[in-house]
Design a protein around this ligand. Structure first.
Ligand code: GLN
Length: 340
């Protein structure tokens, strides 16, 4: 009798404490606040004319530069959207963050550090100098050399199996079956000699773990996966939620894998502008030359924005503006600490 009373008191106080915790999260990030932040960001930046589509991959120059979509997915699986979220762009380098997570999940975080590296190069994303300077070492999986090396590390008996595994993992992060943008793939595959050179240089330094030509081809395919802003936001939300997709509830990677993926995104997610980005947003993020950016607010949400015109570093101009605005408006920069 006494015992069951104790259990009851314990259960009641535990549920009280839990409801306090939920209420706190809820008052910080209400649906109204989130919707208002996305609306304001959309209206504020929709007419920005700066930036220009990538054109070194010919097909990307033909993408409608007016596409502008914003999505935010919370760790409880609620999806908020604004603007054009049905148009898709090629994921490009955003895929690198999720292949990095796949490699960490499959091989462990130490292998990522030892076989590729986790240091920002400070160079442009397709820099050969960065590889040459360190003789293939101390790069990272979020710029082309490290990304092709990461692709070459994904488990699979042949090129088809590796590609299938990558596409499946990216799809699990997004919570739906993703597909390939064939014209973008063909356009880049016919013109990716620089990436092939990078893969061969890594091979020469013993830092390429599968056939360099085939690894570059799989990497090129992975970059041509089609995504919407909502796909990107869901992929980010899966990282924000410790590796479980908050919409499908599927476990995609472990919390430890997320713990090792986010710091690389924080230090190298926006190429040679990563420091400027992190300084201004406080959020790990990843950009791609297709015009997408995903950012992760750990424990809270993923946000994905698509707008093709890029700045000189290759990052979407509007996507950066929107995410910074939303982070500030919602007061969710993880380094914004209210003193006790
Ligand atoms: N596929 C592109 C490339 O290798 C990806 C680059 C990017 O998004 N920064 O050049």
């Amino acid at each position: 009798m006494k015992n069951s009373l104790l259990v009851l008191v314990f259960a009641l106080s535990a549920s009280f404490l839990m409801s306090c915790a939920t209420a706190q999260v809820a008052t910080n990030l209400t649906p109204d606040k989130i919707n208002a932040a996305l609306d304001e960001a959309y209206n504020k930046f929709k007419d920005v004319k700066e930036g220009k589509n990538a054109d070194y991959i010919k097909e990307l120059a033909t993408v409608d530069s007016k596409i502008f979509g914003i999505a935010l997915v919370t760790t409880d699986g609620t999806v908020y959207t604004k603007g054009d979220i049905s148009s898709m762009v090629s994921i490009q380098s955003v895929s690198k963050a999720f292949v990095a997570a796949q490699v960490i999940e499959e091989m462990g975080h130490q292998a990522m550090q030892d076989k590729i590296g986790v240091d920002a190069t400070g160079e442009v994303f397709n820099s050969i100098v960065a590889v040459e300077r360190m003789r293939g070492k101390e790069i990272n999986a979020l710029v082309n050399p490290g990304a092709i090396a990461a692709t070459s590390l994904v488990a699979g008996k042949d090129s088809a199996a590796i590609w299938k595994s990558i596409l499946m993992k990216q799809s699990d992060f997004a919570g739906r079956q993703l597909g390939l943008n064939m014209p973008v793939y063909i356009s880049e595959a016919g013109d990716n000699l620089r990436n092939q050179a990078i893969a061969h240089l890594l091979k020469a330094y013993g830092r390429m773990y599968f056939d360099p030509v085939q690894a570059t081809d799989i990497y090129t395919k992975q970059c041509a996966i089609n995504v919407s802003a909502k796909d990107l936001a869901t992929m980010g939300a899966t990282l924000a939620n410790g590796g479980v997709n908050p919409v499908t509830k599927k476990k995609v990677v472990s919390p430890e894998t997320v713990m090792y993926t986010l710091p690389v995104m924080a230090t190298a997610g926006l190429y040679d502008d990563s420091g400027i980005w992190y300084y201004n947003s406080g959020l790990p993020a990843k950009s791609g030359v297709g015009g997408g950016i995903v950012a992760v607010c750990p424990g809270k949400f993923g946000i994905g924005v698509v707008s093709p015109p890029l700045d000189a570093a290759g990052n979407s101009v509007k996507a950066q503006m929107v995410i910074k605005y939303v982070v500030e408006k919602l007061g969710v920069n993880p380094f914004l600490i209210q003193p006790k």
